[in-house]
Design a binder for this molecule. Structure first.
Ligand code: ATP
Ligand code: MG
Length: 142
C-alpha cells in the first residue's frame, strides 16, 4: 500500500467542488487517511513548493495557493502516487485526458484544481509538511 499527498487547491474550494472531487477520488479507489482545511501563507506555501523556487511561475503559484483555503489530504492505494496522477490528468487541463479531474474541472495550467506528489520522496516530504504521524488514520477497512 502506498500513500500520496493531494491538495484540493483554492480554486477547487472556491468553486464548491470539494465534494465532487473527493467523490471522484474515492470512486477511483483511493482511501482517505488524513484530511484538513488550511489557509496557507507565503511562508508555508513557499516551503511546500520549494522545488519550484527558481521557476518563473513561482511567485504567481504562491499567490494562487495563498488566495484562499485549500484541502490537503493523504490518500492510500496500491501504486497511489502514479495512479493518482493518472486520475487527475496533465498539469494543463487542455492536455489532460478525458474523464480526469483536471479535464473535468480545471480552468487553466495554474488554476488546476488539485495537486499530487510526483515521487515517493516528494510524497514523504509533502505528507510531513501537513500532517503529524498521529493524524494519519488507519482507514484500510473503511
Ligand atoms: P502539482 O505539483 O500542483 O500537482 P504538477 O506536478 O502537475 O502540479 P508542476 O510542474 O509540479 O505540475 O507545477 C506545480 C504547479 O505550478 C502546477 O500545478 C501549476 O499550478 C503551476 N504551474 C506549473 N507550470 C506553470 C506554468 N507554466 N504557468 C503557470 N503555472 C504553472
Ligand atoms: Mg508537481
Amino acid at each position: 500500500m502506498q500513500r500520496t499527498l493531494a491538495i484540493l487547491k483554492p480554486d477547487c474550494v472556491r468553486k464548491n467542488l470539494v465534494g465532487k472531487v473527493l467523490a471522484h477520488l474515492q470512486e477511483a479507489g483511493f482511501k482517505i487517511v488524513a484530511m484538513k482545511m488550511v489557509h496557507l501563507n507565503a511562508k508555508t506555501a513557499g516551503e511546500f513548493y520549494a522545488v519550484h523556487k527558481q521557476r518563473p511561475f513561482f511567485n504567481d503559484l504562491v499567490k494562487f495557493m495563498t488566495s484562499g483555503p485549500c484541502v490537503p489530504l493523504v490518500l492510500e492505494k496500491e501504486n497511489a502516487i502514479q495512479d493518482y496522477r493518472k486520475t487527475i490528468g496533465a498539469t494543463d487541463p487542455a492536455q489532460a485526458d478525458e474523464g480526469t479531474v483536471r479535464k473535468l474541472y480545471a480552468d487553466s495550467k495554474e488554476q488546476n484544481i488539485v495537486h499530487g506528489s510526483d515521487s515517493p520522496e516528494s510524497a514523504a516530504y509533502e505528507i510531513a509538511h501537513f500532517f503529524s504521524n498521529a493524524e494519519l488514520v488507519d482507514n484500510f477497512g473503511a
